[in-house]
Design a protein around this ligand. Sequence first.
Ligand code: TRP
Length: 450
Amino acid sequence: MSEKPKQQLFTTRLGVIAATVGSAVGLGNIWRFPYEAGVHGGGAFLVIYILFIFLLGVPVLCAEFALGRSTHMNVLGCFRQLKPRQPFWKIVGIIGVASGVMILSFYSVIAGWTLEYFFVALRGDVTGHTTAELHSMFSEFTTGWRPVMWTVLFLLVNYCVIVRGVQKGVEKAANILTPALMVLLAVFCINSLTMSGAADGLAFLFKPDFSQITPAVVIGAMGQAFFSLSLGLGCMLTYASYFPDETPLVRSAAVTVVLDILTALMAGMLIFPVVFTYGFSPQEGPTLVFEVLPAIFTQISGGALWAPLFFFMLFLASLTSTISMSEIGIAWLTQDRGVSRGKACAVIIAIAMVCGVACALSFSYWAGMSLPGIGEINIFNIFDYTSSNILLPLGGMLISIFAGWMLDRNVLRRELTTPVTAFAVLAPAIVFLLRYVCPVMILVIFVANL
Ligand code: TRP
């Protein structure tokens, strides 16, 4: 039933894993997870987040994989091919392309911060400061013009990679990068665990205080589960459209999920001991990780050497994620609209640049901006919150309804079990979750939050 794939496919099995893990592992794990967990009470957030990863993340990831690989189409074309008479499903694609660009915009601001820190670290200036100095250094940086420059520069680098196509280079880069990043994280983790605040930090992260659970914590954890696994926008669907037919879907999903959780946990175990040792506030928000990391490099032996390496790897990890976000729109423009790849990349990057600059400015010249009748507006926060906590779960809900109820149950099951691996035994459970659990759970959380 699947049309002959027109586009290039990932060439090796390792390439498939590298690309999907490269998309999933990024600032979402190392920057967003610790700041969200910090704001939302630590342990309680972690428990709900992990629950959502298994109840929502795994099934929706498998659904996106199945939809993408079976059609070899972009996020709009896929639904059109499967249900030509139900144009309603186009909405998933439209949400996907639009919020892909939205996430790309604010994500590039943070990726830009990693570039600044890389160069500061190269100069040897990231270490040897007190907590108060780190705080003022960082706010001096974010309130100036440099973040705007880095956002633009980061997007230009992203452009240079995506015009060449995902399959060239990204596969190979991600093959080496993700394992290397995880080894570095592990080393830093061990270092953090020897600090005086380690016990408090670990207790904060791993000891759930269930009285802390509020609707905001639940919706934050759901948003983080989707964000971290790149779900809900058809990003993984687009990547799966480049999978060769012999890719085992459930196993690939399992590898992606395990590495993704592991990276987030290591980031948490790295950050929170330092937070409690040096008296940072866990509730600090998006800026937390960038103030805490220099404290780590100050303390660890050879920190001045580790620091540039770490920020460079963080930059590369962000890049493998932004490439995947850009690809949602590019695949649609090139396959459905007949736009050349070069033009499609230019359009996506240009829009992201305008929005990204607005996001960067919301830490500086536009901080505390307010509109009459609406009140204070922070474009960065609006982009981050709306996309992660509303659009991704909404997209995930529609994808699970489509895969669970619209798609022939046998087709879905066949996709999940071809080729057969030991993971195929999970297929019935995944189908069950997609039909009965995901849509209802997401809906209930939305309604409860209103
Ligand atoms: N998952 C990535 C991270 O954790 C971010 C990301 C890439 C993403 N593609 C996405 C988030 C698509 C949402 C949707 O850094």
